[in-house]
Each structure stands twice: as C-alpha cells, then as structure tokens.
Ligand binder design. Structure first.
Ligand code: APR
Length: 169
C-alpha cells in the first residue's frame, strides 16, 4: 500500500475518491463535511438524502458532482466520550468501511481527512495511529494508494511521524 501525508484542502484533490467525515444524517454539517458539500454543490446533498442515514463506522459512496475527484465516500466517525465507549473500534470501522468500498469500486487512490478529530473531539495522535495502522493492515488489491490529508501543521507532523514507522515520509 502506497501512502503519503498531504497538507491540503481535501476538496481540491483530483483523486478517485475523497472521504467525508460525515454525520449519521448525511445531510451535511460543518468542518470537512461542510467544505465538501459547498464545493460539490446541491447534487451531492440530493444523492445523500436517498440513503436516509448511515450508521457510525459504516460508509456510503456517491458521485462527486462539482468536485475534481470522482467519488465521495461518506462515513460518520465516532464522537469522543473519554475513550471507554468503543470509540477506537468505531473509528477503525470507518477506515475499514471506506477501504472496503474503494476495493469494491476498484479505486486506485483515495484521500482521507483525519476523521473524528475535529468537531467529534477524538484525540489527534490516537486517531492517526488508528488511521495509519488500519490502512497498512489492508491487504486487498485496491486502493493502491492512500493520501492522509491534514489541515494543520500539528496534524501534518503527527501523521508524518506515525507514517515514518512504516518507512514512509
Ligand atoms: N480539508 C481537509 N481536512 C479538513 C478540511 C478540509 N477542507 N476541513 C476540516 N478538515 C479537518 C479538520 O481539521 C479535522 O482534522 O478534518 C478533520 C475532521 O474534522 P471535522 O470536519 O470537524 O469532522 P469530525 O471531527 O469527524 O466531526 C464530524 O462535524 O462537520 C460535522 O457533519 C459533520 O457532524 C459531523 C461532525
């Protein structure tokens, strides 16, 4: 699995799929969810509405409309409640569900934001470990490359440090 860290606005990436840190309603919100819906346009909200909802840790895939990427994979992350309520397992499930859809659709490159580490309050370092270890444990043919998209210097440094343990900078 190829992987890299990229500090960027995820809505600008021309990749097969970007992952949206959504909520269970799939009806948009703030953070990266808001940015993706703003950039994609109303067609994305209309398609998301057809799913009704998406459970935490699960994922759905839609078209990307006005975004430069081909698909958006929406996954509701886990809200941090102190760490003793299965938050880590649910966050791992987000990554697994997204990777599974990328594999089903034979997507070459997908870009993940740092799911749950904003409004949902998941500690950044623990979340980055879950993200990177889950991706590097994935052993299917697709996706071939994962981009961990960071939105702050702190997140970039943390993801780079975790990825370096896999000899990746
Ligand atoms: N590009 C890349 N990363 C971004 C962007 C962007 N344009 N905007 C925000 N981020 C980063 C944040 O800095 C954070 O590290 O995405 C990560 C996830 O933060 P949130 O978007 O707040 O998502 P999350 O913590 O999973 O909370 C989800 O927030 O937006 C609502 O509807 C959403 O209810 C859901 C909740």
């Amino acid at each position: 699995m190829l992987a890299e860290v990229l500090k960027s606005d995820i809505t600008r990436l021309d990749v097969d799929a970007i992952v949206n840190a959504a909520n269970r309603s799939l009806l948009g919100g703030g953070g990266v969810d808001g940015a993706i819906h703003r950039a994609a346009g109303p067609g994305l909200l209309e398609e998301c509405g057809k799913f009704g909802h998406c459970d935490t840790g699960k994922a759905v895939i839609t078209k990307a409309y006005n975004l430069p990427c081909r698909h958006v994979i929406h996954t509701p992350g886990s809200v941090w409640r102190g760490g003793g309520n299965g938050e880590a397992e649910l966050l791992k499930s987000c990554y697994m569900s997204c990777l599974s859809l990328a594999c089903d659709y034979e997507l070459e490159t997908i870009a993940f934001p740092s799911i749950s580490t904003g409004i949902y309050g998941f500690p950044l370092r623990e979340a980055s470990h879950i993200a990177v270890f889950t991706v590097f444990s994935w052993n299917k043919d697709f996706p071939r490359k994962v981009i961990f998209v960071t939105f702050s210097e702190e997140a970039t440094e943390i993801y780079r440090e975790v990825l370096s343990r896999f000899n990746v900078r």
